[in-house]
Design a protein around this ligand. Structure first.
Ligand code: DGY
Length: 321
């Protein structure tokens, strides 16, 4: 009898067909809406594999319900939506999709950095709103990118890919990482700085680290107060890294100059969220990895991990604690 995989969101046909060659596939078909919790809890009971997205909370309750589950395959590099400890305890393998989204996410991070520095969305909105008067010298002025200092917090794959983009703009790159990476300093020509030092010296601060409860609100009132007045904060990692209330006040009062946010503590971010009222913030709906090619690669990798594990092989990209 074929083993069964449950997919928590409609995936492209190519992926479903690939899985269906070997497995019985069940899928939540409703476009744009995460599977309701009670359905997930029911579906997980008897399946052998689960393909989920970052919008699905795979916590201890879900894991406990699963009687035959061998693998949880997350279609994302971040896996803070999964209780990996509980899964591992039960012998369930957890996989993610690192590598395939590195360059695309670094592209978007740099896009946000540039858009926030030059106030692209506010200027565009002004034009469309009929507020473009005669060209004037100091109107719509932003911050320079070329030659500025970039501070990267979290030097993983995507952080490194960001360095390469920054080098094209002659930026001076500082980084902070839990473990100092001497080899990368030599290879990439970047400088290590403690987080406080990095916050004080950077014109742009990019958060490139995974979220976990230990780094909840890593950037709060105190950290923002250390940043330069011309500084711009970029977050394409996870919303929980930033205290949004503190960020709002820092942006509103001019304590920092701007922000570029692709992620929020609550997603979708409510349209009446106070951060969306500010013109010095560029906001995006969590699209860091959203190129056609990359999203297909992520889906294929997630499917390949499922097929391999249910076939008794080792997964390609296992999450290990
Ligand atoms: C991830 O993979 O964790 C991103 O947030 C979505 O691509």
């Amino acid at each position: 009898m074929k083993q069964t995989v449950y997919i928590t969101r409609k995936l492209p046909n190519e992926i479903v067909e690939k899985l269906s060659r070997r497995l019985h596939v069940r899928m939540w078909e409703e476009e744009g809406k995460p599977v309701p919790r009670e359905i997930l809890l029911k579906e997980v009971e008897n399946v052998n594999g689960l393909i989920c997205l970052l919008t699905d909370t795979i916590d201890e309750e879900v894991i406990t319900r699963a009687k035959h589950l061998q693998i949880i395959s997350n279609v994302a590099v971040g896996y803070n939506n999964i209780d990996v400890k509980a899964a591992t305890k039960k012998g369930i393998i957890v996989t993610n999709t690192p590598g395939v989204l590195t360059e695309t996410t670094a592209d978007l991070t740099f896009t946000l950095l540039m858009a926030a520095a030059r106030g692209v969305t506010a200027a565009s909105d002004a034009l469309r709103g009929g507020q473009w008067g005669a060209w004037s010298l100091m109107e719509f002025t932003g911050q320079d990118i070329f030659g500025a200092t970039l501070g990267i917090i979290g030097l993983g794959r995507i952080g490194e890919a960001l360095v390469k983009r920054a080098q094209g703009f002659n930026m001076n790159v500082l980084y902070y990482n839990r473990t100092r990476k001497y080899d990368k300093e030599r290879e990439l020509g970047i400088t290590y700085a403690e987080q406080t030092e990095l916050l004080k010296r950077s014109d742009f601060v990019c958060l490139m680290l995974p979220y976990s409860p230990e780094v909840h609100h890593l950037i709060g009132k105190e950290e923002l107060s250390l940043m330069k007045r011309n500084a711009i904060l970029i977050n394409t990692a996870r919303g929980g890294l930033v205290d949004e209330e503190a960020l709002y006040h820092a942006l509103k009062s001019g304590e920092i100059w701007g922000a570029g946010l692709d992620v929020f503590e609550q997603e979708p971010v409510p349209v009446n969220h106070q951060l969306l009222t500010l013109t010095n913030v560029v906001t995006l709906p969590h699209i860091g990895s959203a190129s056609l090619n990359t999203r297909m690669k992520m889906a294929h990798l997630a499917a390949d991990n499922i097929v391999r594990v249910l076939n008794g092989d080792t997964p390609l990209t296992e999450v290990r604690l």
